[in-house]
Design a protein around this ligand. Structure first.
Ligand SMILES: Cc1cc2nc3c(=O)[nH]c(=O)nc-3n(C[C@H](O)[C@H](O)[C@H](O)COP(=O)(O)O)c2cc1C
Length: 421
């Protein structure tokens, strides 16, 4: 009989899991509900720490975003954002509460990790990253996945926390070189990562590759990293991500020696995913020619997204006073420059900004339809209903399909007769 993903287990230290990680998807696309399902089923689910104060306002009726906007209102009408700051106490409280509220509801044998992006510099990179990491650990998170950056200083920022040696720590890399840089930073602290997620060029979200991304192949990078980990005798699980679309794709990775896989795109069309229903339908409807790898993100990384994302061409004024998550330590964000350089028409109306988008604003509104390369295959994972829409899946269904499928088959859910209300 062909191998199934369920024949394997992911070992992190003394813990054993079903070898499926559902990747972090910000802003609140990988919701607590999605992560909790992965955990209940024995895998690892991620929440995302992107824009925690904004997410807290949504769930707990806090007013952090409004308070920040008022506090920073002096720069509202100009393009100099050097004075824009986060309130670290509020940032800490927002993150700790969100994490603790998730962990209180945890059931089952799996784990809940948090995805922490270094590239969200928030006007004060070290201070805000340190605050977010501390809050996640204090909130009781099981693991921290360091993403979107080299994270040279991140272990140091966590080292005094009483949970530093207990919490699982992982890093997302796209090359062996990036892993080696990170390992050097941990040497002095006697702390190695428990896992490394190797994200290839077909992943969703931001990519760790340049314009030549098509020249790289996930399996090649995974093999190189597995060989290195073995040669160095490191106890680090290697977890491939990006384009693992079927259970059989996952099994092939496990047969190479991977510890587990990280997947995301297939979960974007589940009920538990935080995207609005109409965006889930846009993902189902996507065709291959709609998928683009673009440089519009203000983070400076390439990002994969659908060409019909409403954010594209928007000329919204930079939203740094309420949001400002991508401001660097000098108070700059490439969108501010792009917006400022965009002329107005004869009637004095700003023309569309074409080279960058205000990702803070547009991610908060789910206007950036970022997705993995195989988004166009999602329509093959469900039923089209009589009204033309696609039936949403449950996270449990997708999770189990990864676990039990063979020969690249994808099992369809029990068919509903109409779109759910
Ligand atoms: C909608 C979406 C949002 C994402 N957001 C993030 C993010 O905020 N941070 C991050 O590190 N990775 C992000 N990713 C990448 C995933 O966590 C994951 O590693 C990758 O997409 C796996 O490939 P797959 O989507 O082909 O399964 C995102 C992916 C998607 C599809």
């Amino acid at each position: 009989m062909s191998a199934r993903l369920d024949d394997f287990r992911l070992t992190l230290g003394s813990s054993e899991y079903v070898p499926i990680m559902v990747g972090g998807m910000g802003v609140d696309i990988s919701t607590a509900e999605l992560a909790l399902e992965a955990c209940r089923l024995g895998g690892i689910g991620h929440i995302s720490d992107a824009m925690a104060p904004f997410v807290s306002d949504r769930y707990f009726s806090t007013k952090y975003t409004k308070a920040k906007s008022l506090k920073n209102r002096a720069s509202r009408d100009g393009i100099d954002k050097t004075s824009v700051r986060f309130d670290y106490e509020q940032l800490y409280e927002a993150q700790r509460r969100y994490v603790a509220h998730t962990m209180e509801r945890k059931r089952g044998p799996g784990a809940i990790h948090i995805n922490v992006m270094e590239k969200l510099q928030m006007g004060a990179p070290s201070e805000t990253l340190s605050t977010r990491l501390k809050a996640a650990l204090d909130g009781g998170i099981d693991g921290v996945t360091l993403s979107a950056g080299l994270h040279n200083g991140s272990l140091k920022l966590m080292k005094d926390n009483p949970r530093f040696h207990e919490v699982k720590i992982g890093i997302i890399v796209s090359s062996l070189r990036a892993l080696k840089i990170f390992l050097r930073s941990g040497k002095r602290l006697d702390r190695k990562p428990d896992y490394v997620i190797v994200e290839g060029p077909l992943a969703g979200g931001h990519l760790g590759f340049g314009e030549d991304w098509q020249e790289y192949h996930l399996k090649d990078i995974v093999k190189e990293i597995i060989d290195f980990v073995r040669e160095e005798n490191l106890d680090i699980a290697v977890i491939p991500a990006g384009g693992v679309f079927t259970g059989t794709d996952a099994v092939e990775m496990m047969q190479l020696g991977a510890g587990g896989v990280q997947v995301a795109t297939r979960f974007t069309v589940t009920e538990e995913c935080g995207l609005p229903k109409k965006v889930k339908q846009a993902y189902f409807e996507a065709t291959e020619d709609m998928v683009d790898v673009s440089s519009v993100s203000a983070t400076g990384y390439l990002m994969r997204l659908l060409k019909n994302s409403p954010a594209l061409g928007s000329n919204i004024k930079p939203q740094c006073e309420p949001l400002g998550y991508t401001l660097d330590k000098t108070g700059n964000c490439p969108y501010i420059t792009a917006w400022d350089n965009t002329p107005v028409d004869e009637a004095g109306k700003k023309l569309p900004v074409t080279d960058k988008i205000c990702i803070c604003y547009h991610f908060s509104k789910h206007n950036v339809w970022t997705c993995g390369h195989y988004v166009y295959r999602l329509k093959d994972t469900s039923h089209q209903l009589p009204d033309g829409s696609y039936q949403l899946l449950t996270a449990e269904h997708v999770f189990n399909d990864y676990l039990y499928s063979t020969d690249h088959k994808i099992s369809l859910p029990k068919q509903e007769l109409a779109a759910s209300a």
